[in-house]
Design a protein around this ligand. Structure first.
Ligand code: ATP
Length: 457
């Protein structure tokens, strides 16, 4: 069965709960730029931390980097972005809308949404023209052509130009990789679908430098590792697939490319969340030529020098955060209750808040005890204390935030010094000594299991 389209519902939940707000909303918003609210920033940070952990900390063959957004303008000539980083743009003279010529089949005519641009009688589409997606600005006080710099459209080039710096500083031997997380900017023609395609976004990229001839082996390994990583986020395996770039899609320098796609549901369906590319030695070769600096790796043991090939893994932090939200969203009936609930079934380790703490009533020392429990838990993970309103409502609020554990202090708690832990997904409850609650939750988090099994593990 196709997955339902939940994007519209997510946009409203995201705003209501503080995951994502439209940028500069009080001024009418900025086109396709979004701000992360208190819950969203935690969720995205958790995803980035997981990536960093898997890619850099857990491996001794990948090093971290944080390169600047503004780079020497020659970088973008060498990389091919000045000449070729463009999409074909068509304008409609009748309704003034703009479309990507290669995506007309997915677009709607603004005057008649059931039709595609060009299908409606009034449409007046221009011939396609190439539109460069890089944002330009000026460095220094003079706004002339010599001062033009670009906001980077990808983080990868910061890695290529630092290849030898990192290699020499760390004494890594090929094969090894360099990873970084950072902002990228693209003046997309048809952004949209919430945070799926935006003009400012974050990438998590890794370039793995290998000896030519070993590249396809490494490519296959990275393809498998990267898919596994997405499954580890709790993304439903059946919603993930590989898409191999055919000859026409393949960039001229690429030897092979696969996208990891996630099924966003509805008409959006399967879309790229990550690219795994074999970029050959294209980038290092270009930078060597344009900078006139030798970028070859010297293999002392084998007494040879060469330009390594590069296997790249490139994933959008925002796009994968959106996939995680789409994957987590559920509307469910609750046994014994008239009202159903909306619940974000995040992987417990990704959830913005780990535990909600609730005194059942505001008397008999329950708030005091609950505050003590909350303060204790807060030393280990993010906790939300809530004593406002009916307990059912408080649970629902945390369900919508995706909080995997609810700790309730009731009349028995103050007598026996214990609490109940309620599990978000199956609503099961267990009773544990108050002092043990943190340990029990930490035990579940350490198991790193997918969400649905949280209370049964
Ligand atoms: P598309 O064909 O969708 O424009 P792309 O193939 O140009 O994307 P890459 O350059 O391979 O994308 O970028 C790698 C990753 O960066 C993508 O898989 C995606 O997760 C993310 N990304 C790219 N462009 C955007 C954007 N405009 N907004 C959000 N994330 C993006």
């Amino acid at each position: 069965m196709p997955h339902a389209d939940v994007l519209e519902k997510l946009v409203s939940l995201a705003k209501r709960k503080g995951f994502v707000f439209q940028s500069s909303e009080i001024y009418g918003g900025t086109g396709s730029v979004w701000d992360y609210g208190p819950l969203g920033v935690e969720l995205k940070n958790n995803i980035k931390a997981r990536w960093w952990n898997a890619m850099v900390r857990q491996r001794d063959d990948v090093e971290g980097l944080d390169a600047a957004i503004l780079m020497h303008p020659r970088v973008w000539e060498a990389s091919g972005h000045v000449a070729g980083f463009s999409d074909p743009l068509v304008d409609c003279k009748a309704c003034k809308a703009r479309f990507r010529a290669d995506k007309l089949a997915d677009a709607q005519c603004p005057r008649k949404p059931s039709k595609k641009p060009g299908e409606h009688g009034d449409c007046q589409l221009t011939e396609p023209r190439q539109f460069n997606l890089m944002f330009k600005t000026f460095m220094g006080p003079v706004e002339d052509s010599a001062a033009v710099v670009y906001l980077r459209p990808e983080t990868a080039q910061g890695i290529f130009v630092n290849f030898l710096n990192v290699q020499q500083a760390t004494r890594q031997k090929v094969p090894f990789g360099i990873a970084q997380i950072g902002k990228a900017f693209r003046n997309e023609i048809t952004p949209g679908n919430f945070t799926f395609r935006t003009r400012e976004f974050e990438q998590m990229e890794m370039q793995f430098f290998v000896e030519p001839g070993t590249d396809m082996d490494w490519f296959e390994k990275w393809k498998a590792w990267r898919r596994e990583w997405h499954v580890g986020l709790g993304l439903d395996d059946s919603r993930l697939q590989f898409h191999q770039h055919g000859e026409k899609e393949l960039a001229h320098y690429a030897r092979a490319a696969f996208d990891i796609e996630f099924d966003f549901g509805g008409t959006l369906g399967f879309q790229e969340i990550e690219g795994v590319h074999n970029r050959s030695d294209f980038d290092l070769k270009q930078h060597q030529e344009f900078s006139a600096k030798r970028l070859e790796y010297v293999d002392q043991a084998a007494n040879k020098r060469y330009l390594p090939y590069v296997i790249e893994t490139s994933v959008g932090a925002d796009r994968v955060t959106l996939a995680v939200m789409v994957n987590a969203y559920r509307e469910e009936a609750v046994a014994g209750e008239d009202e159903g609930r909306t619940v974000m079934r995040f992987h417990p380790g990704l959830a913005p808040i780990t535990a909600g703490v609730f005194p059942l009533t505001k008397k008999d020392g329950q708030p005091e005890m609950a505050e003590r429990v909350a303060a204790d838990l807060r030393k280990r993970f993010p906790v939300f204390y809530d004593d406002a309103g009916a307990i059912g409502r408080r649970y629902r609020r945390q369900d919508e935030a995706g909080t995997p554990f609810g700790i309730t202090v009731d009349g028995d708690s103050t007598r026996n010094d214990d609490v109940t832990i309620r599990f978000r997904d199956d609503l099961a409850q267990i009773r544990v000594a108050a002092a043990q609650a943190g340990e029990v939750i930490a035990g579940y988090l350490a198991k790193d299991h997918p969400v649905a099994e949280a209370s049964r593990a």
